[in-house]
Design a protein. Structure first.
Length: 307
């Protein structure tokens, strides 16, 4: 088990408040949300509407304003799409890919769609390159009513007026080597369960919503991303991260049942992207580009097939 968690608590016993506080005390700021994210959002203010939809107050760790980017000249008669990134703060291309999409491509959809982008849902975790928030909660399992995760609750509040009006929602993620070396061992320790080793897929893949399957939508994105980076093959047992592969580069989760960000609305077209930044075959820029390719191709498909 990873050294950062193996000495916390007792094996086989779930963590209490004391163990969670001990874990939090070991997390160190490694990069700047203000410089790497807020600065880029501020640079978009002359072209897009910027909304502060909340603020996280984490005491000695500071305050973190939460920002969303909206299309200028919002028109309720147009279809609306939601892009979210940084639900897991350590997944860098989810954040930077969302910002790159806005900077380079969002204006192309003016007059065709309203866009709402929340590029960094979990800024504390972004700075600490962490999966959890300071409460040792995974925001991407807490998009539920009365969510205990402030990051999740804030986004739920932001999108609530659009919950039944969205055409599309793409949630941008990464699967990293640290999932296996750090974050899954930490999860097992926190919950008092044994750690069962798994595998990390080498390449990009998508997670469809098992309660709202859209296979053609997923295929359009896979085809577009394949021009940018490689698509993850299935493991020998026909799975990716333990889930059956239902199409090339596609698995399924019950997004609403698991409290995932992708289930936070009733959008017709929904997906979760998963980029693999640790591959020797992919650069950080390729990972950002893959996220952008997924967003643009997904949005193009959704607009062409809207009801």
């Amino acid at each position: 088990m990873n050294a950062s968690v193996e000495s916390i608590g007792s094996p086989g016993q779930p963590w209490g408040d004391g163990e969670k506080a001990q874990w939090r005390s070991r997390q160190r700021k490694q990069r700047s949300y203000t410089e790497e994210v807020v600065g880029k959002i501020d640079a978009l203010r002359d072209r897009f509407d910027i909304e502060q939809y909340g603020e996280l107050d984490y005491a000695a760790d500071g305050r973190f304003p939460l920002y969303a980017i909206r299309s200028r000249n919002w028109d309720d008669k147009l279809p609306t799409a939601l892009v979210t990134g940084g639900v897991h703060g350590y997944e860098t291309s989810g954040v930077q890919g969302a910002l790159q999409f806005v900077d380079r491509h969002a204006a192309d959809y003016a007059g065709r769609a309203n866009l709402l982008i929340a590029p960094c849902v979990s800024p504390w975790a972004y700075e600490r390159i962490q999966r959890w928030d300071p409460l040792a909660l995974d925001p991407n399992r807490n998009f539920t009513a009365d969510s205990p995760a402030p990051e999740s609750a804030a986004l739920i509040g932001l999108v609530a007026p659009l919950k039944d009006k969205l055409l599309m929602h793409i949630d941008l993620h990464e699967t990293t080597d640290s999932d296996e070396s750090e974050f899954r061992p930490a999860l097992a320790a926190r919950d008092g369960k044994p750690f069962v080793p798994g595998t990390i897929p080498d390449g990009f893949y998508l997670v469809d919503d098992s309660g709202n399957r859209q296979p053609d939508f997923q295929r359009a994105m896979i085809e577009a991303v394949a021009k940018v980076t490689h698509i993850a093959p299935a493991d020998p047992d026909g799975t990716i991260i333990g889930s059956p592969v239902v199409a090339h580069g596609v698995i399924e989760y019950d997004c609403k049942g698991l409290g995932l960000c992708a289930g936070v609305t009733n959008a017709r077209f929904v997906t979760t992207t998963e980029v693999y930044p640790d591959s020797p075959r992919a650069t950080p820029q390729q990972c950002n580009d893959a996220q952008v390719a997924a967003v643009t191709s997904g949005l193009d498909y959704a607009l062409a097939h809207q009801p």
